[in-house]
Design a protein. Structure first.
Length: 96
């Protein structure tokens, strides 16, 4: 049902969509009739070092309104199978 959801988001608009299920890190900007919608997918928070899948990860979101726009700061924390530690692997900002 991904195509139907995409069509609904394009028509009705959204600022941010968060999802899992695909077991990979994803960031897809989606133009809607109201502006840009950021679609973020993350791996499972409990995935080990399984072949073909990203290891466990979690994202921290800090969302605030600045000058009439939504600003989202994202910190990505992932499990490193070699060190067996969780570390920050990416940081970025999104704006609508």
């Amino acid at each position: 049902d991904a195509a139907a959801l995409r069509d609904l988001l394009v028509q009705e608009g959204a600022e941010l969509v968060l999802h899992g299920h695909n077991h990979v890190h994803m960031l897809n900007p989606l133009p809607t009739r109201y502006g840009l919608c950021h679609v973020i997918g993350i791996p499972s928070a409990s995935m080990g070092a399984a072949f073909g899948y990203a290891p466990a990860a979690w994202y921290q979101y800090r969302i605030e309104r600045l000058d009439g726009r939504w600003e989202t700061a994202v910190t990505v924390r992932s499990f490193d199978p070699e060190t067996r530690l969780i570390a920050t692997t990416a940081e970025y900002a999104l704006s609508t």
